[in-house]
Design a protein. Structure first.
Length: 133
């Protein structure tokens, strides 16, 4: 079959291929935006501790006193959301949040917004039963 010199050449090719590929994989890792991630985590904790889900839904799940907030960030914008958080309404309490908390909550809502579209009425229904957002 293979001569000894060919075997060595094939082994060398495999080893360099493996090493090259490994170097490529491990030096090309996506850089996570750590700062942004920390903000989002903080916002998520606030969302939970202020219990927004008691009155609001995410992807249609949650309380039904207020509207679904999954896509509020892109639909109405951060200034609109901030106004609600600062002043509340006669139904929604104002939570006396400081600016830092509000920014974290907005980061969380922006992140949530990126996960998809919440309103099923905007989905396209195919004849085979699948949906398209
Ligand atoms: C006690 C119930 C209640 C809680 C808790 C609550 N909300 Fe609300 N929220 C409402 C209601 C009801 C509305 C709709 C306006 C109205 O009728 O007063 C609303 C409206 C909003 C709106 C405007 C949405 C739109 O599409 O116009 C935003 C943004 C919002 N709330 C964010 C929050 C966040 C963030 C939290 C948690 C920190 C929260 N809410 C907690 C009841 C609540």
């Amino acid at each position: 079959m293979f001569r000894e010199s060919h075997k060595a050449l094939i082994a060398l090719l495999l080893v360099t291929g493996y090493a090259g590929y490994s170097i490529h994989i491990y030096t090309d890792l996506p850089q996570a935006n750590v700062e942004q991630h920390i903000q989002v985590e903080k916002g998520k904790k606030l969302w939970q501790s202020y219990n927004c889900i008691a009155c609001h839904q995410v992807y249609g799940l949650g309380g039904y006193l207020g509207p679904d907030l999954t896509n509020t960030y892109s639909l109405k914008g951060p200034a609109y959301i901030k106004a609600f958080l600062e002043s509340g309404t006669n139904v929604m309490p104002d939570f006396n949040m400081n600016n830092e908390e509000m920014e974290a909550l907005l980061a969380y809502m922006e992140d949530m917004d990126r996960t998809g579209i919440a309103s099923p009425s905007s989905f396209k229904l195919h004849l085979n039963g699948t949906i398209e957002q």
